[in-house]
Design a protein around this ligand. Structure first.
Ligand SMILES: NC(=O)c1ccc[n+]([C@@H]2O[C@H](COP(=O)([O-])OP(=O)(O)OC[C@H]3O[C@@H](n4cnc5c(N)ncnc54)[C@H](OP(=O)(O)O)[C@@H]3O)[C@@H](O)[C@H]2O)c1
Length: 330
């Protein structure tokens, strides 16, 4: 048996999740089982508790999309050997996520974790950095010297996008709410940080770019932020639709896209295959070894504190990544 948090019904995380004993899960042929050393929390875990995420496992289920640990069992088709140190995107969509002693993960979403990378940092590497790389490099085609605007800059994907944009030679402008979050964006390498609680974002971006607007905009927020982004994007700009932290996507007016030669570009990591993602992963690890990117572990918590930490994420009070470090007796 093992410890596992399970969502019992849909609602706010602190009210619907309970810690108990569960059977150790058995991987299907394309999965591995991972002894969780660290698990990162994110907004999608909150959406899953609420039942508002596109993936809705049967109740009760264990959330937790991101883990680092060691492979303890492998399905018949899995290529990652038992005993390998890994970081992975879990089988959260089947209800076997990382808020437990052992999680399942598709072999295709399981990647090598370097010995010298701490499990807490490894747990928040795959989603933020793979997404940032696919968004900015593959889909956004960001060029050195261009301006990258990162919305939700102090969040999980935002902090990764700022660092990667800077490493690629872009001038990075970030948007965040409040002094602490502004400071996080600065630490990640943003040259200009706009505090949306005090400034008008569209006007501030125009001022920072000499009225030209941003060449590439990384948008994990959606809603009104997406709308504003379309009003401060440059001619031939690429607006990367990453997520909807605000709770809603937003549609673009074709007329505005035409008038500005603008592209709205969808970005979804899950649509790429393992060989492609392995190359992305290796490139990112090389940047990590160079010190150009660093996982933003803002807070480490024990497994018991997951509900309160998820509530902080839900209430927009968290920044960077909150990571659960597993402790075991013996
Ligand atoms: N397309 C993909 O492949 C992919 C991959 C990873 C994540 N995503 C998506 O990207 C989105 C963001 O993920 P994340 O991990 O960066 O989240 P996060 O760490 O919670 O950061 C999101 C940021 O959005 C801002 N925000 C604006 N309105 C908000 C609201 N109502 N509630 C909470 N935050 C709000 C917050 O910044 P301020 O408070 O500073 O404004 C927050 O820091 C999610 O929708 C996720 O599903 C997509």
């Amino acid at each position: 048996m093992m410890r596992a948090w399970k969502v019992q019904r849909h609602g706010e995380p602190g009210e619907v999740i309970a810690l108990g004993e569960a059977d150790i899960p058995v991987p299907n042929p394309d999965e591995v089982r991972i002894r969780v050393d660290a698990a990162a929390l994110g907004l999608p875990d909150v959406f899953m508790c609420r039942g508002t995420y596109p993936f809705k496992p049967d109740l009760p289920f264990t959330p937790g999309q991101e883990v680092a640990g060691v492979v303890t069992a492998a399905g018949a088709n899995a290529e990652t050997p038992v005993g390998t140190r890994v970081m992975a995107l879990t089988s959260f969509y089947r209800g076997f996520g990382g808020f437990a002693d052992e999680a399942l993960a598709p072999d295709s979403s399981t990647f090598a974790a370097p010995e010298e990378m701490d499990p807490a940092e490894a747990a928040c590497f795959v989603i933020p950095y793979h997404t940032a790389s696919l968004g900015i490099e593959t889909r956004g085609q960001l060029r050195p010297g261009e301006t990258l605007l990162v919305l939700g800059g102090a969040g999980g994907t935002g902090t990764a996008a700022i660092q990667l944009g800077r490493a690629l030679g872009a001038r990075v402008i970030a948007v965040a709410g409040g002094k602490e979050k502004v400071e996080v964006c600065r630490r990640c390498g943003a040259e200009v940080v706009i505090d949306h609680t005090e400034e008008n974002v569209v006007a501030a971006v125009k001022e920072a770019t000499g009225k030209l607007g941003a060449d590439v905009i990384y948008d994990p927020v959606g809603g009104k932020a997406f709308d504003g982004a379309l009003r401060c994007i440059a001619n031939e700009g690429r607006l990367l639709a990453i997520g909807y932290a605000s709770g809603a996507w937003h549609n673009a007016s074709t007329e505005i896209l035409v008038r500005k030669n603008v592209s709205v570009v969808g970005v979804f990591v899950g649509a790429y295959d393992k060989p492609f993602l392995e190359k992305v992963h290796d490139r990112l690890l090389a940047r990590w070894r160079d010190g150009a990117i660093r996982g933003q572990v803002e807070c480490e918590i024990p497994i018991e504190e997951i509900p309160a930490a998820l509530d902080r994420v839900a209430q927009r009070r968290a920044f960077g990544k909150t990571v659960v470090r597993m402790r075991r007796n013996g």
